[in-house]
Design a protein around this ligand. Structure first.
Ligand code: FES
Length: 100
């Protein structure tokens, strides 16, 4: 059985506090971050349609698949990830958004 992971949620505003969020194995960032009580922008509730759940991600996560890359290109942020399609793969993941 895999150990539970945590990710560090960091605001793009340096004065705001960081939060450590638990992520069960195989669970995406959108689900985990919302379960921890932090907001994630969305109008499709994690269905890979709206492109609003974009976050910066550093550390070991799954690779973006073609559908996710297409949404990120459409939104003009190919360097970011969709929280609803990003799954941590190990310790040390840092997630950044401007609204935390
Ligand atoms: S929540 Fe809509 S694309 Fe991720």
């Amino acid at each position: 059985m895999s150990e539970p992971l945590t990710v560090l949620c960091r605001s793009s505003w340096p004065e705001r506090p960081e939060r450590v969020v638990p992520v069960a194995p195989g669970v995406d960032l959108f689900t985990a971050i919302r379960a921890a009580g932090l907001p994630i922008a969305s109008s499709c509730t994690g269905r890979l349609v709206c492109g609003r759940c974009v976050v910066g991600v550093d550390g070991p996560v799954n690779a973006a698949e073609e559908e996710e890359r297409a949404v990120l290109e459409r939104e003009g942020v190919p360097e970011l990830r969709l929280a609803c399609r990003t799954i941590p793969g190990g310790p040390g993941v840092v997630v950044t958004a401007s609204y935390w």
